[in-house]
Design a protein around this ligand. Structure first.
Ligand SMILES: Nc1ncnc2c1ncn2[C@@H]1O[C@H](COP(=O)(O)OP(=O)(O)OP(=O)(O)O)[C@@H](O)[C@H]1O
Ligand SMILES: [Mg+2]
Length: 462
């Protein structure tokens, strides 16, 4: 008969059967593992920047629960740890962040808890462990004063949160010289995150969706195929896009053409097209309705490489649709070839008026997120040094002026995250309709499978 079982041996055996012990970071076939690198890191600030579904939340919850349970194989802590888990909103916390952490913190470790919501999906406020450590949960859409007061040892921030909230979080870390982990996909390209990466004490780990072997490869491929180039760089590779805030910050002189002595000339003085443009080139147009806001009509031609050259922009408010109908009728009659399609905003009454006046339109594809990405693709300067959309100046000045104002909201809350403020976007919406008309979109539904909670807010689509 064996003697009394050694409690430490029992504890070790129990731990070996727990989910945290079963966790393995993913690796690429050639042995790279940003997840493993992050686990080993003892930097003051860790930044794990990855594509959608690349394993950001997994890594963050492992690092956080190891520290909370004092089971980190790379570090031990001899003081009681106060940890914060910060995410964008409570829905995301309840929807995927808490489940990810809970998986690694079995009930037997939990001494007490408080809840924002007890029924599923449960939303914790804090979890106190038998070892004295505590995890508090914070939502970035709460007011900044909800972040005041505490002195904390560690904060994990999952996904982009407003810079003002981040400042509060970092202030809480000062007293205990605590550690910070941020895991995110750079959907918004926030400046504070770029700055954080450049700080001397920061270790940066990069993960790509494609490398995560736990994802069904066919779904990843389908998702990749549904994305524009710009979106692929952000959402799969986790690369930064353009500057913070503006929706179309890249619109600039490279996209402008000016008429000079019978030619359209670009900003480097190169003659790009004859002017007027050849009558045989296809004409297309787009309309954004407005009465109080500006009504916009954009007219363009497609060159033989299908570049879109926008050369006319009618822009104005306080005119009834019947007036516009007459103006547009003249405009399209004066065009050297049939203007078709004329992609239009959806107001059925206004479209019927235009149709009646001899200006038939086609309903535009209005998905904002996808439309913006497609416009980005057209704006992108290609290998030949040219974009795939040009704006003739000064006619397109109203559009360019809008581009300097049209922006995303500062506060990021769940599902509105990818949606800009609905202002200064009249000519830009017409541009989006034209580009979506030309470049279309993938059939609805593709991408649902793996489009991450990380950038969708986890709850449905707009
Ligand atoms: N090391 C791992 N072991 C097992 N599964 C993993 C691992 N890393 C990631 N996964 C799985 O891959 C999927 C994506 O991981 P996770 O949710 O952590 O990614 P994410 O980058 O946070 O995604 P999102 O963009 O949706 O926020 C999940 O099903 C997760 O369980
Ligand atoms: Mg995630």
């Amino acid at each position: 008969m064996a003697g009394e079982p050694d409690p430490r041996e029992i504890e070790a055996r129990v731990r070996r059967s727990e989910p945290l012990a079963g966790y393995e970071p993913w690796r690429t076939p050639d042995g790279r593992s940003p997840q493993a690198d992050l686990e080993r890191s003892t930097a003051k600030v860790d930044v794990f920047r990855g594509g959608n579904r690349s394993g950001k939340t997994k890594s963050g919850s492992v690092k956080t629960s190891r520290r909370a349970l004092n089971q980190d194989p790379f570090r031990t802590f001899d003081t009681v740890q106060k940890l914060w888990v910060v995410c964008r909103n409570w829905e995301m916390l309840g929807g995927y962040l808490w489940p990810a952490i809970k998986e690694y913190i079995p009930d037997r470790y939990i001494a007490g808890s408080s809840w924002l919501r007890r029924s599923p999906p449960e939303i914790p406020l804090s979890i106190k462990l038998h070892n004295g450590n505590e995890i508090a949960f914070k939502s970035a859409d709460a007011s900044p004063d909800k972040f005041a007061g505490d002195k904390i040892d560690f904060a994990w921030v999952d996904e982009e949160i407003p810079g003002a909230i981040m400042q509060e979080v970092r202030a809480r870390l000062i007293d205990k010289d605590g550690d910070l982990l941020v895991t995110f996909t750079p959907v918004r390209s926030l400046q504070w995150l770029r700055d954080l990466e450049r700080e001397p004490g920061t270790a940066v780990f990069r993960a790509s969706t494609i490398d995560n072997p736990y994802l069904p490869q066919a779904a990843v491929q389908a998702y990749a195929a549904s994305l524009s180039d710009a979106a692929r760089r952000r959402r799969l590779a986790g690369e930064y896009g353009q500057a913070e805030g503006l929706v179309y910050p890249q619109i600039g002189v490279e996209h402008f053409l000016e008429e000079r002595a019978g030619s359209l000339v670009d900003d480097r003085g190169v003659n790009r097209y004859p002017w007027p443009l050849p009558p045989s080139w296809r004409r297309v147009a787009a309309i954004d309705f407005g009465y109080v806001n500006p009504f916009v009509f954009l007219l363009g031609a497609l060159d033989p490489d299908q570049r879109l050259i926008l050369y006319q922009c009618l822009y104005g408010s306080s005119r009834r649709i019947t007036e516009w109908a007459a103006i547009l009728k003249d405009e399209i009659s004066a065009a050297p070839s049939r203007v078709w399609p004329i992609w239009s905003d959806h107001d059925a009454g206004e479209r019927a008026e235009l149709d009646f006046a001899g200006v038939p339109t086609e309903a535009a594809k209005k998905d904002i997120v996808q439309g913006i990405e497609r416009v980005h693709d057209r704006l992108h300067i290609q290998g030949d040094g040219r974009p795939r959309v040009y704006f003739c100046m000064p006619a397109l000045r109203p559009l360019v002026d809008e581009a300097e104002l049209y922006q995303y909201p500062e506060q990021i809350t769940g599902r509105t995250k990818d949606i800009p403020i609905d202002k200064d976007n009249h000519a830009l919406d017409a541009l989006r309709y034209a580009v979506m008309g030309l470049d279309g979109g993938p059939p609805a539904g593709i991408g649902l499978l793996i489009a991450g909670a990380g950038d969708r807010g986890g709850f449905g689509f707009d």
